[in-house]
Design a protein around this ligand. Structure first.
Ligand code: SF4
Length: 813
């Protein structure tokens, strides 16, 4: 039974993908749609929002020039964006231009809207283009026949508490497989406190101090979330406070491109102003005339000739943060220029000078953003209220809880007015109205209250314009129900000795209180094999990484060993799922082509392409991965005997508590890459390694317990005997190290000795593993983290790695 779980946000899909059980997969709704339509629409024909807005802008101006409008007598900033949004709303309601002509006719404004919509759709049809909403519409028509859907027995829409008409249509089409599963939104928040801060800055600084205390008490950063009704209003305050308190934030925050200093300097070239970024002006700008798409090409060449992006390193030689910021803005700018060049005369057939080009381009730089924040995936998450749906945290900070922001002061739409929306809803549509926005907001409040048992609500008493604010009435109700007090926080409270006096009473020792907290935490949290291995390698490393949550140096966006390993796992998972029942040696050439295709698709979608200094290096890497996997598949076909793969990525312990009989109080978690079974129903555990593989010695000395733990877990879950566990070295294209209790297994050669155990030796390894797990966990719960490494780069030059060599005082002990 193959089940696909579809989630409304990428955050929820990510959270739930960690907890999938065997035979289940998790996917974000937008990706689900892309997968359905990939057989019917060439991605080259799909236009994103930037191109869509350019097309609608051109249509607007052209219709205006031809005097076709009855309402839009002049062009105003913001028209195009709003018209685009409403056209997308019409499309998602299933309203075609013909229907729009019939239902949008009560006023000149609505008639103009219907005319723009028809002209836009005609344009797309003539040019064989599709916008993102068309992709959804086509997916609903095509879902019943899509190859992608065929591979699943059941498709669950999870967490869709409000379904849009187009989503309902997709479900109707796959009616025999599709179900909606929404768990009741249980109000879990029992421990609540509230803060009325003097202003927003004090609010955020106070929260960051509270978070530091949470971290000190052992809450991992990934289990803390700051929720804001308007995250953008707090973005710079959060950035400053995080820097000050040395906190890592996982914050996907964007700023308009036009606010970036480099982009501003580029625009100032129109006035022939030179800046630190541009010491020469764009030559002959005042006399040359070109079409818009040609200006895009000229601008890109000009930037390249001026040494960008490498030149950022010279300009900001002393500040890597500025380099990162400007490179991100540069990449976003180039992407827009590429798209502008790509759409050719769609952007305009007229010849214009540089000033005309900038006048055309600058408004889009206001609407399109770049990621201005150096986010850390392992840091404290910052989310909007809509994004918290279904997520679970240990502690939630809900900041900016101001009446007017939450509940929001909603302004009725000017393009399709509130009463018109209500009328349309009476004839069967479900347009957004103020009432539906309020319902959405109340649902967000339920998501918030279901996301954690502990919450801190805060708001600033005075706003930026010196006006006073009131606490959100939603939050007042919660505080009243839970009898929680509101604490006043002023500037002086931040620095008095009473504010946070309990920080680190005695440096270097673990207090009795902290020991108790650790005991509680490590009773509730599952231990992964990787975390137990880490304790076995070095208890102090475990302390730094898992207790106080020190992050490794930021490698976000870089192609690391971890991202390489994930890509390899994914390719192998898909390949073996495709060939669960048969694998034949005569089809090796066919398999090779399939692996090349899978590698291409997984690597292209992995988001690491940009981190390769040259596209050729990316190609070389893909070739190497495909070659290694092909070698392994060739070896596997020849050596597997009657073993067949039966389960992939079998997870345990992340969704539901899991423990083994020998220690019911120790929660364990893990994910087994693959399980094979032979004709006698004996199981073989397979783990893929893209680097070196551990041998039996490491299992015996307690520095690598992964395989024995997986063997015990598989026997416990599947109630079948496990005959061995093997590590596949993808580099070598074969099983490398293993432990087995039958020397006649098909992949074992006569010469091999290491890892082949008698039944008695096998049982000894398993018993020793149980004793070691018990000992490690007892030590962790008691707060014992001595600097006594068994594997450490300071004492071994090969085969050991540690993120903390720079800060670890091993030499002093
Ligand atoms: S450097 Fe060595 S002793 Fe220090 S934490 Fe890392 S492994 Fe342990």
């Amino acid at each position: 039974m193959r089940q696909l779980n579809v989630y409304p946000t990428s955050y929820l899909a990510e959270q739930e993908s960690q907890a999938q059980t065997a035979g289940e997969a998790a996917i974000f709704y937008e990706e689900f749609i892309r997968n359905i339509i990939k057989d019917v629409i060439d991605s080259k024909n799909i236009i994103g929002n930037f191109k869509r807005d350019i097309v609608i802008s051109r249509i607007f101006h052209s219709l205006q020039e031809k005097n076709q409008f009855k309402f839009f007598s002049e062009y105003r900033p913001g028209y195009v964006r709003r018209i685009s949004e409403v056209i997308m709303e019409l499309k998602l309601q299933g309203i075609t231009p013909d229907i729009a002509d019939k239902i949008l006719k009560d006023s000149p404004r609505l008639k103009d809207l219907a005319l723009i919509y028809r002209t836009y759709q005609d344009f797309l049809a003539e040019n064989l283009l599709y916008d993102l909403e068309d992709c959804q519409i086509i997916s609903a028509d095509y879902a019943g026949k899509a190859k992608y859907i065929e591979q699943f027995d059941k498709i669950c829409f999870r967490g869709f508490y409000r379904l849009y008409p187009i989503q309902k249509k997709v479900l109707e089409v796959i009616v025999d497989k599709g179900v909606i599963v929404n768990l009741p939104l249980e109000h879990k928040m029992k421990h609540v406190n509230a803060i009325k801060a003097q202003n927003k800055r004090i609010e955020i600084e106070y929260i960051s101090k509270m978070i530091l205390r949470d971290l000190e008490e052992g809450i991992p950063p990934q289990k803390i979330c700051i929720v804001l009704p308007k995250p953008k209003a707090y973005k710079y305050l959060l950035k400053d406070a995080a820097k000050e308190a040395n906190l890592s934030l996982n914050f996907d925050i964007k700023a308009p491109l036009i606010q970036n200093p480099f982009v501003k300097a580029f625009l100032r070239l129109v006035k022939e102003e030179t800046t630190d970024y541009f010491v020469q002006i764009l030559l002959k700008t005042n006399i040359s005339r070109h079409k818009i798409n040609k200006w895009a090409e000229i601008s890109k060449s000009f930037l390249a000739d001026n040494g960008y992006p490498n030149r950022f390193y010279n300009i900001h030689s002393d500040d890597p943060d500025f380099v990162k910021r400007d490179i991100t803005a540069f990449q976003a700018l180039i992407k827009l220029l590429d798209e502008l060049e790509d759409i050719g005369e769609m952007a305009g057939e007229e010849y214009t000078d540089f000033e005309g080009f900038i006048n055309f381009f600058a408004p889009y730089l206001r609407n399109y953003s770049y990621n201005c924040f150096d986010s850390d995936k392992e840091g404290i998450r910052i989310l909007s209220l809509e994004q918290i749906i279904g997520l679970k945290f240990e502690k939630i900070y809900a900041a900016g809880m101001i009446e007017g922001d939450f509940p929001a002061e909603l302004r009725p739409d000017w393009l399709i007015k509130e009463d018109e929306r209500k009328r349309l809803n009476e004839i069967g549509y479900s347009f957004d109205t103020i009432d539906s926005h309020l319902e959405d907001e109340q649902r967000c409040l339920k998501f918030l209250l279901a996301s954690s048992s502990t919450g801190c609500f805060s708001y600033p008493a005075v706003l930026e314009d010196n006006s006073s604010s009131l606490m959100s009435s939603y939050i007042e109700d919660i505080l009243y129900d839970l009898k929680a007090e509101v604490k006043d926080v002023r500037l002086e409270d931040m620095y008095t000795s009473t504010g946070f006096k309990n920080f680190s009473e005695t440096l270097g020792t673990i207090s009795e209180n902290t020991r108790k907290i650790l005991g509680k935490r490590f009773h509730e949290e599952p231990f992964s094999a990787a975390s137990l291995n880490m304790y076995g390698e070095c208890p102090y490393k475990f302390f730094l990484a898992r207790v106080i949550g020190l992050a490794a140096p930021d490698e976000e966006g870089e192609y690391t060993a971890v991202s390489r390993g994930s890509a390899i796992h994914k390719i192998l998972e898909i390949f073996f799922k495709n060939h669960k029942d048969t694998l034949e040696s005569i089809k090796l050439e066919e398999y090779e082509n399939e692996i090349i295709f899978l590698t291409e698709s997984v690597m292209e979608n992995s988001g690491v392409k940009e981190s390769f200094p040259h596209p050729l290096l990316f190609e070389i890497e893909k070739n190497e991965i495909a070659k290694s996997i092909t070698n392994y598949v060739g070896w596997y076909v020849a050596s597997r005997g009657d073993f067949k793969p039966i389960l992939f990525e079998l997870g345990f312990g992340s969704k539901k508590n899991f423990s083994l009989d020998f220690a019911p109080d120790i929660l364990l978690s893990g994910k087994i890459d693959r399980i094979d079974e032979d004709a006698q129903h004996r199981l073989l555990i397979i783990d893929y390694k893209s680097g070196s593989t551990p041998d039996i010695k490491e299992m015996e000395d307690g520095t690598n317990l992964q395989m024995p733990i997986y063997i015990l877990a598989a026997e416990h879950i599947l109630k079948k005997p496990v005959v061995g566990g093997a590590f596949v070295s993808v580099k070598k294209g074969a099983i490398d190290n293993f432990i087995v209790r039958d020397r006649d297994l098909p992949f074992i050669s006569k010469r091999q000795k290491k890892g082949i155990l008698t039944q008695e030796e096998w049982e000894t390894v398993m018993e020793k593993t149980k004793d070691t797990v018990r000992a490690y966990v007892n030590n962790i719960r008691e707060g014992k983290f001595p600097i006594e490494p068994k594997k450490c780069p300071k004492i071994q030059s090969y085969g050991s790695f540690c993120d903390f060599t720079q800060i670890c005082p091993w030499e002093e002990f």
